[in-house]
Design a protein around this ligand. Structure first.
Ligand code: DGT
Ligand code: CA
Ligand code: ZN
Length: 502
């Protein structure tokens, strides 16, 4: 943090520029004088229009660091998957929580809102003013840190060795709640809160909630207190997106969102009978001990002609059933359910005949081919099968590598609701399929969802939380999610389909 000497020609709002690595007073003066920039907003515009290229005093590294510090260096095509960001973010949180200067620390930004991809990591830290220099010193020496890009009195921007940017927002105890709320965003949501606060006599700022009448900051140690001052119900971070602005101003519409604790089982799992890494027994015993609140798991190996890898062949089915029976006998009840994942072929037919499909407890039908054509008709036909209980990864997207295929979702969701066919929220980090927007549309149509992990190995059962975030962002309550119900209730759901189709 440098001195402000010789900065009299620099407008006060641009002084934080000097907190950026390599940016001297002379360089800021050059920006002001040569580009006529007088405010932060004008600076952002100048950076966005690449006008900084015209200032000879600035090196390419200087320009890059300004872009990074201003959060203008994001690349829409290279956003990180939520799961990777969580693993990385948890490591950072764990490190900084060990520093005695840090009283509290929490994720903010898109990571806290559970968005499917993440541009950068935001963390709000409670630290006393007198300890901030010490904290900066320690962050600089964390093994993960490549270098500090910018360091001001209330914000530190760090580049990690893996090129990821992490922003620490520093708050004192009294204003931690407002700061956390502010930097959790989304941008649009914070703006809506700002204008709502203004109507009620407050200024909602990164530093806290300012009571205009009393001319002082209000103590808001927790987010809940900010909502209370603004006479609003607490809004979970997952709902703080553009489409939920109305919720922020309507305190009586807050749904009770589904939680991980309410999940009673995982309903898509692959074992070594197809392309999974583990035996059924290994997976069952692992989940039984690690997720004690689960009441069932559904083994759903691939029965496929289209897939090139190892699949469950028709003559494997009875042998697999016998193996599952032995495992359940050892556990003492039908903990492992017999499911299957079949292909929806190009003409909408399925990759197993009805006589075999009807022997399973749970049938998932998924598109595994022809990813560019409009697949509405295939999905509609699969819903009409009396033996299909759920459509797997319905949109077919792979985050970062495959776009969803075109589908008329109004038609498909109407059909799914009418035929009691569930839709999957596949929680694999690169799928998250259906996504939050489609799930929202699905539940508005009365469609039931299943959140499952599609686990192919033991560690992948942890993906469930990602699916929960998708559901929460869509506003799902536990009643929207089939696998928050007991197996007896799921049997009733299946029976309703048989009654409709018969
Ligand atoms: P991302 O990182 O692209 O996945 O998306 P977010 O939602 O994490 O957005 P980000 O990282 O740009 O900012 C996080 C929140 O903090 C967002 O609500 C905006 C707010 N924020 C961060 N820096 C500034 C700033 O300099 N000015 C204002 N007004 N808001 C900021
Ligand atoms: Ca962010
Ligand atoms: Zn699949």
């Amino acid at each position: 943090m440098k001195t402000r000497a010789n900065s009299n020609v620099i407008p006060g709002t641009l002084e934080p520029l000097m907190d950026i690595r390599g940016i001297t007073t002379d360089k800021v003066k050059a920006i002001c004088q040569q580009l006529g920039v007088r405010s932060w907003r004008e600076l952002v515009t100048a950076v966005t229009l690449e006008q900084l290229e015209g200032i000879p005093l600035l090196t390419p590294e200087n320009r890059k660091n300004i872009r990074r510090a201003l959060k203008l260096d994001k690349d829409a095509d290279h956003r990180m998957q939520l799961w990777d960001a969580i693993l990385q973010g948890k490591e950072i949180l764990q490190s900084i929580r060990q520093f005695p200067e840090v009283k509290r620390a929490s994720f903010a930004g898109s990571l806290r809102r559970g968005k499917d991809t993440i541009g950068d990591i935001d963390i709000v830290v409670e630290v006393a003013g007198a300890d901030r220099k010490k904290l900066l010193y320690k962050i600089d020496r964390m093994p993960l840190t490549d270098r500090i890009i910018a360091a001001g009195k209330s914000r530190i921007c760090v580049l990690l060795h893996n090129q990821l940017l992490v922003y620490f927002y520093l708050a004192d105890q009294q204003h931690y709640g407002a700061t956390l709320l502010y930097y959790t965003g989304s941008d649009r949501y914070s703006l809506s809160l700002e204008s709502l606060a203004a109507q009620k006599g407050y200024r909602f700022e990164p530093d806290g909630l300012y009571d205009i009448k009393n001319n002082e900051y209000v103590a808001t140690e927790n987010e809940e207190e900010v909502f209370r001052h603004l006479l609003l119900d607490y809004t979970p971070p997952e709902l703080r997106e553009d489409q939920e602005l109305a919720t922020a101003t309507n305190p009586h519409k807050m749904p009770s969102l589904v939680t991980f604790d309410q999940v009673k089982g995982d309903m898509q799992i692959h074992t070594d009978w197809s392309d999974g890494e583990e035996s059924i027994a290994h997976m069952a015993h692992y989940v039984f001990s690690v997720f004690p609140h689960y009441q069932y798991i559904v083994v759903t190996d691939h029965a496929s002609n289209e897939r090139t890898g190892h699949v469950l062949r028709p003559d494997d089915i009875s042998r697999q059933a016998a193996e599952i029976k032995d495992i359940n006998d050892a556990i003492g009840y039908d903990y492992v359910k017999r499911g299957v994942e079949v292909d929806i072929l190009e003409n909408g037919a399925l990759s197993l005949p009805d006589e075999l499909l009807k022997t399973f407890d749970w049938v998932i039908a998924s598109v595994h081919s022809h990813f560019t054509k409009d697949n509405t008709a295939r999905l509609l036909k699969a819903c009409e099968s009396p033996y299909v209980h759920c459509i797997g990864h319905p949109s077919g997207r792979l985050i970062g590598s495959r776009h969803p295929y075109p589908v008329d979702w109004d038609q498909v969701f109407a059909k799914a609701a009418a035929t009691s066919t569930a839709m999957e929220i596949n929680a694999r980090p690169n799928r998250l399929d259906l996504n939050d927007i489609l799930v929202k549309k699905a539940i508005a149509n009365g469609v039931k969802l299943v959140i499952d992990t599609d686990a192919h190995s033991l560690a992948q059962f942890d993906f469930m939380q990602l699916g929960i975030w998708v559901a929460r962002r869509a506003g799902c309550c536990h009643t929207d999610i089939l696998n928050t119900f007991t197996w007896e209730e799921i049997e009733k759901f299946k029976k309703s389909k048989r009654n409709i189709i018969a």
